[in-house]
Design a protein around this ligand. Sequence first.
Ligand SMILES: [Cu+2]
Length: 253
Amino acid sequence: MKKFLRSIIITGFVFILGISISYAYDEIEVKDGGQIIGHVKFTGNPPKLAPIKVNKNQDICGDEKASEALVVGKDGAVRFAVGYLENIEKGKKIERQKQTDLDQKKCLFAPHVITVVKGTELAIINSDPVLHNINIEVEGIQRLNKGQPKQNQVVVGKLRHVGQGNITCDSHTHMRGYVHIFEHPYKAVSDDTGSFVIDNIPPGKYTLKVWHESWKVTGLDDDGRPLYDKPILLTKEVDVPAKGIVHANFELK
Ligand SMILES: [Cu+2]
């Protein structure tokens, strides 16, 4: 009886919290896991983006930087798109020992877009002989802000809130990156072939999303940094076969 009452109380509590908590993720042993290979392609001629002016430490950073808002390689391959499963509730284990690396290198965030599972370690290194800082804002709330005055200095942080984060450096207004924080490990960033791989998925039907930051300039901020349109979100229903591969094609234009 006590146990029953307790479960009712817990259920009620979870229900109330449920308004703010999206869902829980259960780590299980995945049997006959399947794979998604996503392909993100730009259709037509990609626009040529104006370089972004550097306002400080030009001796190290250079006078301007190529915009990474849209990076298109061979055959329209789009780099830095984020592919992920929406609301997957159980699946493979989260690799908590593995850190996600982010480098402040040549006055850019490298890589420009990263993904993490919430609560896992994000290691940020400053490879440059200049002061950088790492400022991460997730859904409008600052979640990490650390100065990195020394070269090769590493800062390790954890992001505990799911969502899309903007990465900026207060020292260099041209620097911009993105981090996506997930509840689960079924996410990947497209590489220079425009592909991303999500593996070891329990067979079944899922909603696959692709996020891209958008390259459409809507204006300039006070520092002359381009402001972009809201990110692009594409959706596809996929059926992941046991031990098999499903390909999913996405188009940007
Ligand atoms: Cu910087």
